[in-house]
Write a protein that binds this ligand. Structure first.
Ligand code: SF4
Length: 328
């Protein structure tokens, strides 16, 4: 059986370094080895942005540019738009018949959200989000899904749905395996555990060299370090997290120099600014190329979506046969 990877992003805004470290760079590597499907999850973006569909529309092309700039190769990866694959919505409805509300209530994302707003005010689409993720994964019979630890419960539900479907009807669906991302979350420049656009602590992938330098210069460091000779604590410093993520060979050296008070924070930041420039400059060049050719980007999205739709229709035919819903 051909191994197929399913990965993607909710279309809620431009991607940043946290996305690159946590998943994008992994996808660029995976496409060399596996058939890769990359989902632009615009329907799932509606769970939180249903009042601003115009924003999703503009973000979709921005993220497509981020993908292409980061090195996702449309010749190797199928980049497609979720809302243009109606079979995903169809599967979501079918699966929702045998997933209980209680199971969904215990999903960690749903649980966390219900703590703040309560279940009574939760939208049906948000509650059913893990079911629609199962549809994303199974429509293309993905065998591998790269996930962070926090996404494991979602994948486990998808696996349960597959087993349930196959037992109830016929073994049509494929149980996906998790590929746990080795890179943990990237800290934000404010020191928060997670870089995120909504917290205003991120560095966008399309940042100019000046913007990168400004963000790094204003990033927090070890607050106990006043003078260069003060021994530092790199594990609580976001700049060290960037060294680990983007200067793998030099990060041990930085750790020692910081802990022994041999490097100042300003010099340490200078090194990471240079490393980020080496990473981001080729991305800027690819972005400029594709941004100047919007028709080409649309072609890439259309042909990826067409390819994904063919796969979806074939799976849907099997699903309908298995469920005896193939009337005509
Ligand atoms: S020297 Fe580098 S790692 Fe250490 S506290 Fe300063 S910026 Fe952070």
């Amino acid at each position: 059986m051909t191994e197929r990877v399913l990965t993607g992003d909710r279309v809620t805004g431009k991607l940043h370094l946290g996305h690159y470290a946590g998943s994008l760079q992994n996808r660029v590597a995976l496409q060399e080895q596996y058939e890769t499907f990359v989902l632009l999850a615009d329907v799932q973006a509606l769970t939180t942005h249903f009042e601003q569909p115009g924003l999703i529309r503009s973000h979709l092309r921005e993220i497509a540019l981020d993908y292409l700039a980061a090195g996702i190769d449309p010749g190797r990866s199928t980049i497609f738009v979720q809302s243009m694959i109606p079979e995903i919505a169809e599967l979501t409805v079918f699966y929702s018949m045998f997933v209980t509300v209680n199971v969904l209530r215990h999903n960690p994302t749903v649980k966390a959200e219900s703590k703040t707003g309560g279940l009574d005010d939760m939208y049906y689409g948000f509650l059913g989000y893990p079911v629609s993720q199962a549809a994303d994964i199974t429509f293309c019979k993905a065998t591998i899904v790269p996930v962070g630890e926090d996404q494991l419960p979602h994948l486990e539900l998808a696996r349960k749905i597959v087993r349930r479907f196959n037992e109830l009807y016929r073994p049509v669906l494929v149980e996906p395996a998790a590929l746990i991302s080795e890179t943990s979350r990237l800290a934000g420049i404010d020191g928060h555990i997670k870089m995120s656009k909504s917290r205003g602590n991120s560095i966008a992938l399309d940042s100019s060299p000046e913007e990168v330098a400004v963000q790094i210069k204003k990033a927090v460091t070890d607050p106990e370090r006043i003078r260069k000779s003060d021994p530092g604590h790199p594990d609580i410093c976001p700049i060290y997290a960037y060294h680990r993520a983007f200067r793998k060979d030099g990060s041990l050296e930085i750790r020692e120099a910081c802990e022994q008070g041999r490097i100042g924070c300003s010099a340490c930041k200078g090194l990471i600014i240079s490393a980020l420039e080496q990473l981001l400059e080729p991305m800027r060049q690819r972005r400029t190329y594709y941004a100047a050719r919007p028709a080409l980007v649309d072609d890439i999205l259309m042909s990826g979506t067409r390819r994904a739709r063919e796969v979806a229709q074939s799976t849907m035919q099997e699903i309908r046969e298995a469920m005896s819903l193939d009337y005509f």
